[in-house]
Design a protein around this ligand. Structure first.
Ligand code: GAL
Length: 422
């Protein structure tokens, strides 16, 4: 606990605010700036954001972007800094927020945001987004943020070289997973890379394992509070999760999520379950698809797509409202999305992305998003409220080490009783 607080403080101290200006260091008048707040500080995430900034500067050369970032995956640290700023009446012009409960419960219902339906309407984009996506960014008939992408959570990255060396196929089912994991373990290779120095990475893995056991309907019902945690399939998911911990890298608690994905591409571990920002990380490091890494849906979840979406909104009293509207219009545009997503490792939230700009993995993700059963991610703000997620993460930080399934079930149930929608 102490260590986590220290790390949090350190990261908060290191929170960077960099001027991302074009060529000039002249301080501009306030109305010529635009502060964008996110947790995209490295790898494909920072590169993708920069590509969007470049597109923005091309269209609006006179506006300076202030790139306000707080490092930490899944917004671990950024969300706390953002809350302080919002509650203190000091909002950034626009900020990264997950579509779904994080946006609606945390910021919209509490009255912090302006509706942005007009941004989509004015640009003629209303019919360029799938209805389900519009749904999770809407509240009482108004749209409240602009989704810049769709990420997939249930992806298993694997090392083609290690699988070839032992003549194994990437697992399709949980039973397959344990079979191949045994082979790697017997050969002294961590089968599953986990980088849970921020605990959300374990929650991220858990959501896939639950889906593998419950299927999409019961998965949804669980997060709506309509399935008990002692349900037989939920219990077997927790049992499998505990069993999986027998195949992970020893340094998992010190490792960041991207580094765990890196272990696979470097041949130091066979598999990793992480969202497709891992692909963005691979692109940024020059790792080659098909050689250094490849992918399958997480075992037992083929035909299902756990989705999350990064979006940007318009806080009330944004200092540079006109500039935010320009930014949001770019986020909603085909050019903006096709500049950002092929680098970020996500697919456009629009229906008309230019497929030629996306690699094999992302094209497959587009196919799957169009045809699979779509369920919302828990670990990334789509399925449940932030207080519930915070509690889940706390439970996970003990569960990954004590592996006490009965205790976890009791605690998860208590959290559901407290936080699930009534
Ligand atoms: C997610 C976010 C992604 C990526 C990831 C790792 O919550 O939606 O865009 O940043 O965290 O930090």
């Amino acid at each position: 606990m102490k260590k986590r607080i220290m790390v949090g403080l350190l990261v908060a101290l290191m929170a960077t605010t960099m001027i991302f200006a074009q060529g000039t260091s002249d301080a501009k008048a306030e109305s010529n700036t635009l502060e964008i707040f996110s947790w995209w500080t490295a790898g494909g995430e920072a590169d993708g954001l920069e590509a969007m900034y470049n597109e923005f500067h091309r269209q609006y050369p006179g506006i300076e972007i202030i790139n306000a970032t707080v490092a930490g995956g899944a917004g671990t640290n950024a969300k706390a800094v953002l809350a302080t700023r919002m509650q203190g009446g000091n909002p950034p012009d626009s900020f990264q927020v997950h579509a779904g409960h994080e946006l609606i419960d945390t910021w919209v219902v509490s009255g912090f945001m302006e509706p942005v339906t007009f941004v989509l309407e004015d640009a003629g984009y209303m019919d360029k987004f799938p209805e389900d996506v519009i749904d999770i960014i809407s509240y009482e008939g108004e749209v409240y943020s602009i989704p810049v992408n769709i990420h997939r959570s249930n992806v298993m990255w694997y090392s083609p070289k290690l699988f070839a060396r032992f003549n194994l196929q990437p697992p399709k089912t949980m039973a397959d997973f344990f079979r191949v994991a045994e082979v790697f373990k017997a050969n002294g290779i961590p089968a599953l890379a986990l980088g849970d120095n921020e605990i959300w990475a374990a929650t991220h893995l858990l959501e896939s394992v639950i889906l593998a056991h419950t299927g999409p309907d019961k998965y949804n019902a669980l997060w709506e509070g309509n399935v008990m945690w002692n349900d037989a399939q939920v219990r077997s998911a927790l049992n499998d999760f505990a069993k999986m911990m027998g195949y992970i890298n020893r340094d998992h608690a010190a490792l960041a999520n991207m580094d765990a994905a890196g272990y696979v591409a470097e041949g130091k571990a066979a598999m990793n379950v992480m969202g497709d920002w891992a692909a963005g990380y691979y692109y940024s490091q020059g790792f080659k698809q098909g050689e250094d890494w490849d992918w399958v849906p997480t075992p037992g979840t083929s035909g299902n797509f756990i989705m999350l979406s990064d979006s940007f909104g318009l806080p009330k009293n944004a200092p540079n409202r006109d500039n935010v509207i320009k930014w949001l219009t770019l986020c909603a545009s085909k050019e903006g999305q096709d500049a950002f997503n092929p680098i970020k490792g996500s697919i456009p939230s629009r229906i008309d992305g230019d497929r030629s700009k996306y690699d094999r993995y992302l094209n497959a993700a587009m196919d799957d998003f169009a045809s699979n059963a779509i369920v919302p991610s828990v670990a990334h703000g789509a399925a449940i409220s932030e207080p519930w997620l915070t509690r889940i993460n706390d439970i996970m930080s003990v569960f990954v080490t004590d592996l006490n399934v009965d205790k976890a079930i009791t605690e998860f149930q208590a959290a559901a009783d407290r936080y699930a929608p009534k």
